[in-house]
Design a protein around this ligand. Structure first.
Ligand SMILES: [Zn+2]
Length: 283
């Protein structure tokens, strides 16, 4: 969530001077309304005025989604190296590790929703904009392989700028790697649910985010392969106002249901029950 900085004024010597403490106010990036940060937090980090769903951390998402104290993290130590010796990549990884307390842009593990055991992966957008490099792909594939071994459903929360450019082809390869693992899961008839959150774009959208048996999405999220600027250039035509949003993708059949943040947990609980039941009747 964007915070602080809107109430600063320049003093005579040019130094920024805070007039209110940082973190007290929150400005909505969509409608511009300034609210008490605490009010926005109480509202599940959704703008009380326009319902904009702010980015949230993995911890916040877990609190909202899974049964209390049920989450056990897996593969927390897997992290990307710098295989192409890309300039500044090591520094950026280190600074994002310090900022988020995570080693990579996705957190995976085992959890329960309404008492039902599942495997879950949640993107950390604060880490390299949730981009998919070799470590993200590996963590997802390990989660999917464990699901196959233990016959457990999988839920992935996506939020990503796409493939991680600093890893070049190794990053793009993760699209095929995760998609192949999902095809095996599909053959094993194991439920796979995607929850798309803002923003889910590029190689992540073009692979595991678009392959769910059921795909739900938070309202107003940016969802698509390329943004509207690229789309406008490529197609030489004016695109709809809501191009590449949850609502646009829903109209086009790429999203099954638009679900407000307050209802995501309940929806997932019902879906898990339904999909698990259905498997016992449909062979
Ligand atoms: Zn707003």
């Amino acid at each position: 969530m964007a915070r602080g900085g809107w109430f600063r004024k320049q003093s005579r010597n040019g130094a920024a001077e805070a007039t209110v403490p940082d973190g007290l106010w929150s400005k909505c990036p969509r409608c511009g309304v300034i609210s008490f940060a605490r009010d926005v937090e109480r509202n599940l980090n959704v703008c009380p005025k326009c319902e904009y769903h702010h980015l949230i951390t993995v911890e916040q998402r877990l609190t909202l989604t899974v049964d209390e104290n049920s989450f056990v993290e897996m593969d927390a130590g897997i992290t990307s190296l710098n295989p192409l010796a890309f300039p500044d990549y090591d520094d950026k990884l280190n600074s994002d590790r310090a900022k988020t307390g995570r080693k990579e842009a996705i957190v995976t593990g085992r959890a329960k929703i309404d008492g039902q055991t599942l495997l879950i992966g949640i993107a950390e957008f604060g880490f390299r904009a949730g981009s998919m490099g070799g470590a993200v792909g590996e963590k997802i594939v390990r989660l999917l392989e464990l699901a196959e071994q233990e016959n457990l459903p999988v839920i992935l929360f996506t939020a990503s700028g796409g493939a991680r450019m600093q890893e070049g082809l190794l990053s793009l390869m993760q699209m095929a790697k995760t998609s192949a693992a999902l095809a095996r899961l599909d053959q094993a008839r194991i439920p796979y649910i995607v929850v798309i959150t803002h923003p889910t774009t590029g190689g992540v959208y073009a692979s595991y985010a678009a392959l769910g048996d059921v795909i739900i999405a938070e309202p107003g999220a940016t969802v698509g392969l390329a943004g509207r600027r690229v789309g406008n250039q490529d197609m030489g035509a004016k695109l709809p106002e809501d191009f590449q949003t949850t609502e646009f993708q829903y109209r086009c059949g790429m999203v099954d249901q638009i679900v407000h943040r307050r209802d995501v947990r309940g929806t997932l609980g019902k879906l898990l029950m339904f999909l698990t039941e259905a498997r016992t009747y449909v062979k």
